[in-house]
Each structure stands twice: as C-alpha cells, then as structure tokens.
Ligand binder design. Structure first.
Ligand code: ATP
Length: 340
C-alpha cells in the first residue's frame, strides 16, 4: 500500500466545516484504493494569528515542506499573509483552476470545460505599494522567466487534456505595453515549442465577456496573477458557483491544494457550506500525487472521489447554495455512501 503525509490547514470561517467533510471522503476513497494517508495538522490563518501572534509561523511552513502535499481550507482576513506568502516562498508558480460542469447542476453552458492557468508569484500580488505625493504607487513586476515558465505549464496542460488543444493568453497589452507586452511575447516564444497546439491571445476585457458569451471555445487560458484571480471566480459561476470550484498551486517541489472560494463568514458555523469544491480539490491533489509519483492507486482514489461527488449530485443531493437543503455533513455522508 502506498503511503503519503498530507499537511492539512483547516482554515477560517467555513474552512473547518468543508475541510472536515472532505477529510472523511478523502480517507474513505483512499483506503478503498489502497492509499494510506497520514494527516498532519498545520496551524495557519486568523485563528493562528490570534493564538500565536502570526498567521503563518515557520513551524507551519516546515510541516508543509516536510509533507508530500498540502490540502488547505480558506483563510479569512490573513489570507495574504498565508497563501500569497506560501505561493511566493515555495515558488508555487502555477495556479490551476478548472471550470467543468457537474451532473445536474445548472450552468450557463453545459459544454464549458476549460482550465485557467494563472501566474502565481508576480504582478500586483507582490504587495509592493508605497505612498507617493498624496497618493499610492503599486508596483507590478512581470519577468520573462516567470512568463515563459507559466506559458510552458499552460501548453503542457493543454497537451495532457483530451479537448481543445488551444491555449489563449489573456492580457491588456494595448494599455500595459511593457508589462503585458512582455507576458504576451514570452507566450508566443514558448508556443513555438508546441506546434500541435493552437496559440491565441485575447484582451482581458474581451475574455471576461467571452467566458460568459461562449465558454465552450476555451481549452486552457493562461494569464497574469490579478486577471486570473478575477476571471476564475467568473468561470466558477459559469459552471455552477463558487461552492464547486477547486484549485491547485503547483511548483517544482511543492504543491498546495485549496478551494477557489473564501472563508464565507456570512454562512460560517451554519452547516450550509457546500464541501464539493474542497472534495474536488482533494481529488486534484490525488491526481497530482499520481502523476508526480507514478502511483496508479492515487488515480484510483481520485476517480473514486470524483465518481462519488458526481453520483451524489446526479441523485439530487444538494446543499443550500444549489437550491437543496442538505447540510455540509449530510452531503459528505451521501458522497461516502456512493463510493463503494
Ligand atoms: P473572503 O473574504 O474570505 O474571501 P468572502 O465572503 O468575501 O470571504 P467568499 O468566501 O468567496 O468571499 O464568498 C462569496 C460568497 O459565496 C458568499 O456569499 C459565500 O457565502 C458564498 N460561498 C463561498 N463559498 C461557499 C461554499 N463552499 N458553499 C456555499 N456558499 C459559498
């Protein structure tokens, strides 16, 4: 039986509820598939800040880097001190956000099935702001190295998918001629190495419109940090809502998996949160373990998790955000019952 250490950040707000529900499904599917997971708790976020005076202590980073993969719930007000810092310190340069329709869940276009690949280490998210003559200056670093690296990741992602074989680079180079100009020229440079994949580009405003107008035209979208953050929430809504949207932060050595949604303080503690996004996130983690370790049992566990979620939704299981009345825990129990 293969065995992995999974570091687990429960997070804030609805985090502990959706992560707890997901953990039960993850352990069930993994043990059926012959994968043994040792869960190691990691303190991070608002609760940790209150208790320890810092949102991400070094000991937490050490546990994450000592594990095989990290599963993370949403963090509240201290998100920038936790995930933005982890993305930069661990060089988790690719943020992968798939947008795929799920059985029976209303979506704007059921043919939509695409992935947003967002550069995760640069752009305005470096947080370099300074006061300037009564105003504020915000720096937006964009480098050739990071732009080429994320473009290559996006082309590889497209070649691993069965659909489309098209990568669209989203930018605003008509205004941001130097920064987005460099991102775009790096993209077309890398495209030369992938002659079997169509390379195209689109202005970010046009992309925002096209994701709603005709999402099925997209296979892989590659873009900078801020545009990717905004467009991926839009994409999540196109295929059914934030409660369903998974994501991964991937680097050369480490990877952290988290739902796209935030800590949703408006419904925290009510049992109304949809844990599907976190479950699909855990399935992405198993797939990443499968492909990086060449472990077929992890593929099996990932497929069991996805199959369980699909079967639960197909049979009409719904949390409140999808018009049903199931609690977070009841939905998880339903998914577990479908995994045999
Ligand atoms: P944060 O500041 O942590 O990002 P937020 O409330 O601004 O929190 P989200 O947490 O992403 O942003 O929530 C946006 C909306 O989507 C809220 O109304 C929230 O209740 C809803 N929502 C987010 N995640 C879920 C979920 N898993 N299940 C049900 N509703 C959700």
């Amino acid at each position: 039986m293969s065995s992995y250490r999974i570091s687990l950040i429960r997070g804030d707000g609805i985090g502990p509820e959706v992560v707890g529900a997901c953990e039960n499904v993850l352990l069930h599917a993994s043990s059926l598939a012959g994968v043994s997971l040792k869960i190691v708790e990691v303190e991070a976020g608002d609760g940790c800040l209150e208790k320890r005076g810092e949102a991400l202590p070094q000991v937490s980073i050490d546990i994450i880097t000592g594990s095989d993969a990290c599963l993370k719930g949403p963090v509240g007000r201290s998100a920038a001190s936790v995930i933005v810092r982890l993305r930069q310190e661990l060089e988790l340069y690719a943020n992968v956000r798939p947008a795929r329709c799920l059985p029976g869940v209303p979506a704007l276009d059921r043919a939509a099935d695409f992935v947003i690949v967002r550069e995760n280490t640069e752009d305005l998210y470096r947080g370099m702001e300074m006061e300037f003559d009564g105003g504020v200056l915000a720096f937006r670093p964009i480098t050739k190295r990071a732009s080429e690296r994320i473009a290559r990741f996006a082309f590889n992602m497209s070649s691993s998918r069965s659909l489309g074989k098209r990568v669209v680079c989203v930018h605003k180079n008509n205004v941001l001629k130097k920064s987005d100009g460099l991102f775009l020229s790096s993209f077309y440079g890398v495209a030369q190495d992938f002659p079997g994949i169509a390379a195209d580009d689109m202005l970010v405003d046009s992309a925002a419109m096209n994701i709603v107008r005709k999402p099925s035209q997209f296979d892989v979208i590659v873009t900078t940090n801020l545009y990717g953050d905004i467009l991926s929430d839009e994409a999540a809504q196109v295929v059914g809502g934030l409660g369903l949207a998974p994501s991964a932060n991937i680097g050369e050595r480490y990877a952290i998996f988290e739902p796209v949604h935030g800590s949703a303080p408006d419904i925290a503690g009510t049992g109304r949160a949809n844990p599907t996004a976190t479950m699909l996130t855990a399935a992405m983690m198993l797939e990443w373990l499968a492909s990086t370790r060449g472990d077929g049992a992890c593929w099996k566990a990932a497929n069991l998790m996805r199959g369980g979620v699909d079967a639960a939704l197909s049979s009409g299981a719904r949390t409140r955000d999808l018009g049903g009345n199931m609690s977070t825990a009841d939905f998880a129990a339903d998914v577990i019952g479908k995994i045999t």
